[in-house]
Ligand binder design. Structure first.
Ligand SMILES: Nc1nc2c(ncn2[C@@H]2O[C@H](COP(=O)(O)OP(=O)(O)OP(=O)(O)O)[C@@H](O)[C@H]2O)c(=O)[nH]1
Ligand SMILES: [Zn+2]
Length: 208
């Protein structure tokens, strides 16, 4: 028997559709119904005026947080043969841990050593945002950002560091608010050349 008490109609669902890049099928109506079922199972009365729209909001918030927007990676010729580190620090990251569907929030530092082309700096931030919007582990997020840059740009080296706080550890369970997890993915010169690697890791070291 269905526990849905505030069934969304097709109109409501079609008001908002995300641009999805990695999920094959997103069904906002089914998500709303499932959210209503979950909230009802948690003992909430969805006939209450304050809660009647909550399943729709909850479903759409989750869809929004798991739908990355794709973009064109603008690149330029590396005419000056710039061969040192390019690093964008402190790009805000917010994602969802795939184990609890609770947010983890922090920053990413994305660096590379150009090869034949350089990339528009904002695209590094867009790359983080694109990959962050899905349920996953922090390790996978870090690796995906680095793989994307490596595959699309073919630079001499890539380095990505993500530093984040997991609310599934802070707000529940182990209850360790403030604990931050660092992950890194390094390729090419940034992995193999000790001077460049040390420079990158020093520049990305968090300040207390
Ligand atoms: N490696 C890794 N683990 C994560 C990440 N996000 C959450 N986790 C962990 O995933 C694990 C899931 O473990 P379970 O024991 O199945 O879950 P649980 O019973 O809720 O465990 P507690 O969180 O310890 O209460 C937990 O240890 C989480 O801290 C992540 O990005 N990377
Ligand atoms: Zn978790």
């Amino acid at each position: 028997m269905s526990a849905v008490t505030a069934a969304p109609d097709a109109d409501t669902a079609s008001r908002w559709r995300p641009r999805v890049t990695h999920l094959q099928r997103v069904d906002p109506l089914a998500a709303e119904r499932a959210a209503a079922d979950l909230l009802t199972a948690l003992g909430m009365d969805l006939t209450d005026d304050n809660l009647v729209e909550t399943p729709r909001r909850m479903a759409h918030a989750l869809i929004e947080m798991t739908s990355g927007a794709d973009f064109e990676l603008t690149t330029f010729p590396n005419d000056d043969d710039y061969d040192e580190l390019v690093l964008v620090r402190d790009i805000r990251v917010q994602s969802l841990c795939e184990h609890h569907m609770l947010p983890f929030v922090g920053v990413a530092h994305v660096g590379y050593i150009p090869g034949e082309r350089i990339v528009g700096l904002s695209k590094l931030a867009r790359m983080v945002e694109l990959h962050a919007r899905r349920p996953q582990t922090q390790e996978r997020l870090t690796k995906r950002i680095a793989d994307h840059l490596r595959t699309e740009l073919d630079p001499r080296g890539v380095g990505v560091v993500v530093e984040a706080e997991h609310t599934c550890m802070g707000l529940r369970g182990a209850r360790t608010p403030g604990a931050r997890t660092s992950t890194s993915a390094l390729f090419g010169h940034l992995r193999d050349d000790s001077r460049t690697r040390a420079e990158f890791l020093a520049l990305t070291r968090s300040t207390p």
